[in-house]
Design a binder for this molecule. Sequence first.
Ligand code: DX5
Ligand code: ZN
Length: 214
Amino acid sequence: MIKIAPSILSADFANLERDIKKVTSADYLHVDVMDGAFVPNITIGIPVVKSIRACTDMFLDIHLMVDKPGRYVEAFAKAGADMLSIHLEADHPAHIAQALKIIGECGVKRAAALRPITKADALLPYIEQLDMVLVMTVEPGFGGQAFMHSQLDTIRRARAIIEQYNPACELEVDGGIAPKTAPLVVEAGANVLVAGSAVYGAADIPGAIAALRG
Ligand code: DX5
Ligand code: ZN
């Protein structure tokens, strides 16, 4: 079954509770945390996640686009994350492994995210510890960008690695997901689809979520 994770990056931050309530028919709520260093944009942080946790029961899928994420994973766990994705490019491998361990010890699900430049084989040292893999289908930093078709190969390879080493692991894709691109990523092996502009830009939001689910 395909899961949909609306990204609140495309919501109205002055009306966040209202906009979260518009997507409750979805499966996960995708929260993009950007630090202005790992990516050139700055979005939301720990206090906002805490406030989101207080206003929804949705599963909070927190995408950390921050350098050295191990510094913050415990704080995001305490703020109410259900899943934390950290980027494999954001620190040395030993520190990434340690950050994933801390996430697990906090009782939060663990995900590893890949920028488009990173090969799926970079997952191999971590795959058995992961609850989800996140393959970016745009360069992280901004909503509303065009889907990178070249990432379909990375999705296929990530799916093969998951099937071989950890079949329970989910495979999420993020960036440029819309009614035209959703079937391509599903065919390549994704089962969780993040969508910002395709959900919040739609006149009928529950209808858009259902259409992406296919
Ligand atoms: C981009 C973020 C995405 C973004 C997706 O760095 O990680 O989650 O919100 O936006 P769309 O769906 O508009 O490409
Ligand atoms: Zn994201």
